[in-house]
Design a protein around this ligand. Structure first.
Ligand code: PLP
Length: 396
């Protein structure tokens, strides 16, 4: 088939030409004397992207899952208690990892389509008079269900109770796309990966850690080597790594941070909101609903769209892929076959969202899902036409 393939999954996301070009370089010596001239400003700019003032952002040749593992291995000790909640495949997998580490995990089972239950967290933390809970886990954006949770509210609960537990945030599908402020929200750990808001290939696990968490690492922690923060801190301070870094990806990261800062993080967040809103208008006009149970949970990076009873979302995904060269996100685990997902994050503009919406309409027709042709696309057109153009376009 000729023409570009459409990529509307919530990661990996579309890669800007500037980023691809920045990675089209000869491999380089990561121990060269002038390598730190490249890495030290990069580390500083990553802190700006996370809005972290006091602490360090670690960059591992890994993925988001590696970022979770680095967090657990360095900041917790065998048997430590953590408070978590499960409301989708990724919040589930993080809990699963904690359990495999032998942590004592209090995982609140929530309805999929909802998010972090702040009131229940408050009750559990208030009851924990001996401060046995060492960390509270928050999946900021549950990519499987298109649900965003209120990280700041969890910090406020911890502070109002004077509870010393660390706040660990999975920001894999939120950081650099949704409003996020690690310092102001008192987030001790923010985990991300390269293949979503950062618009890069998969291959970097990126972990922002507060100075407080770094200073209070357990003396008798888990065995670790690859992920040891100490080895990274010792070498990163001079601009180097304890082992071979993914230099090509780091060059791409430089380009992606430059693009994000040129647009302005706040504008990037606003663009994501606007793009997502167009998609939500389309879903509404199709007469379908989101997996997110209430508007307060709506995610600006991914919409999980529920197909009517008696239909299989995989038929939509297959038709989109095979007939129209468009990748839509599949439903995972509990919502497999029930939802298809449109990722509207990263290097995206109105027309790219429109492409996904048109492709979804074509594929839904093929799958026999009843809706009025063009209704969703029309609703998105109306919304985009009557609201402000993206910051990038307006600037031209
Ligand atoms: C919210 C969230 N957390 C964690 C992960 C796992 O990250 P990775 O696949 O980069 O290991 C993902 C992947 O999609 C995710 O969306």
């Amino acid at each position: 088939m000729s023409g570009f393939k459409g990529l509307a999954v919530p990661g990996p996301t579309n890669m800007p030409f500037e980023v691809r070009q920045a990675m089209d370089v000869a491999l380089e010596d990561h121990r060269a004397p002038d390598f730190p001239e490249f890495t030290l400003p990069l580390f500083a700019d990553l802190k700006k992207a996370f809005k972290l003032e006091n602490g360090h952002v670690f960059v591992y040749p890994a993925s988001g899952t590696g970022g979770w593992e680095a967090t657990v291995a360095n900041l917790l000790a065998p048997g430590d208690k953590v408070l978590a909640s499960v409301f989708g495949q990724f919040s589930y997998l993080w809990v699963d990892m904690c359990q495999r580490f032998g942590l004592d995990v209090d995982a609140i089972d929530c309805e999929w389509g909802t998010g972090v239950p702040v009131e229940l967290y408050e009750q559990k933390l208030a009851a924990d008079k001996e401060h046995k809970i060492k960390a509270v886990l928050v999946t900021h954006n549950e990519t499987a269900t298109g649900v965003t949770s209120d990280v700041k509210a969890v910090r406020e609960v911890l502070d109002s109770l004077g509870h010393p537990a660390m706040l660990f945030v999975d920001g894999v599908s939120s950081i650099c796309s949704l409003p996020f402020d690690q310092e102001a929200w008192g987030v001790d750990v923010a985990v991300s990966g390269s293949q979503k808001g950062l618009m890069l290939p998969t291959g970097l696990g990126i972990v922002g850690v507060s100075q407080k968490a770094l200073d209070n690492r357990p003396k008798q922690g888990f065995p670790k080597c690859f992920f040891d923060f100490d080895d990274m801190l010792k070498t990163n301070k001079d601009g180097f790594f304890p082992y071979t870094p993914a230099t090509t990806l780091l060059r791409g990261l430089r380009a992606s941070l430059d693009m994000l800062f040129d647009e302005g993080l706040e504008n990037v967040w606003a663009r994501h909101h606007r793009l997502a809103e167009g998609c939500r208008r389309a879903v509404d006009a199709w007469g379908l609903s989101l997996c997110a149970k209430e508007p307060k949970w709506n995610s600006d990076t991914v919409s999980a769209i529920v197909v009517p009873e008696g239909h299989d979302a995989n038929d939509v995904i297959k038709a989109a892929y095979h007939k129209y060269d468009l990748s839509l996100g599949a439903g995972l685990s509990k919502v497999a076959g029930k939802v298809f997902r449109i990722g509207h994050l990263g290097y995206m503009n109105e027309l790219m969202v429109m492409q996904a919406l048109s492709g979804a309409e074509l594929a839904m027709r093929d799958a026999g899902i009843p809706f009025e042709s063009g209704a969703g696309v029309g609703a998105a057109v109306d919304y985009y036409a009557s609201t402000e153009q993206s910051a990038a376009l307006a600037a031209q």
